[in-house]
Design a binder for this molecule. Sequence first.
Ligand code: URA
Length: 206
Amino acid sequence: MPLTVVDHPVARHLLTRLRNQETEPYDFRALAEQLAGVLALEASRSLPTQDITVRTPLEETSGERIAVGISAVAVLRAGLGMLDAIARMFPDVTVGTIGLERDEQTAEPRGYYSKLPDLHSRVTMLLDPMLATGGTACYALRLLRDSGAERMQMLCAVAAPEGVERVLRDFPEVEIFTAALDRGLDEKRFIRPGLGDFGDRLFGTT
Ligand code: URA
């Protein structure tokens, strides 16, 4: 399942509110975090667990704990809006950040910053809410793979078919989780219908 469009009423409800141009940054931030939580829950569905025993106040019982380390890597700046939800869900998460800007000559992303934790033998969740052309995603995934990432997941609020196709062509092993697969890109490479510029709406810079 390289692409999962999360089929859940809560995801659709949250995304609809994010899409609404009337949603102010204060609410946008809260909604983005909640949606990231839903995406993370779906992405973590197939994580390995280990059987353990715990004692309730009444008796001993069997249970499970997640048996793999998780790293989250946020693509600056929009990915920051998803990070708190992941850190709350996985308190032991190790966190990386990647800064990318667009090369005006080639229209391709160019990295200006990256600080990554050790990614070996972990599940790495790439946080980038808008999968548009796939250029940024592929740059980031290459960086992660070159830095030792093994199992890579990408969490995004909205994806365009063009971006999904490019990512899965270059990284067929990546598991993409999104709340919506939208119609496509416009001439300015915005996702339609989309929700506008995620970073601007998150940080109130419109
Ligand atoms: N990034 C955004 O924030 N929005 C888009 O529609 C595409 C890329």
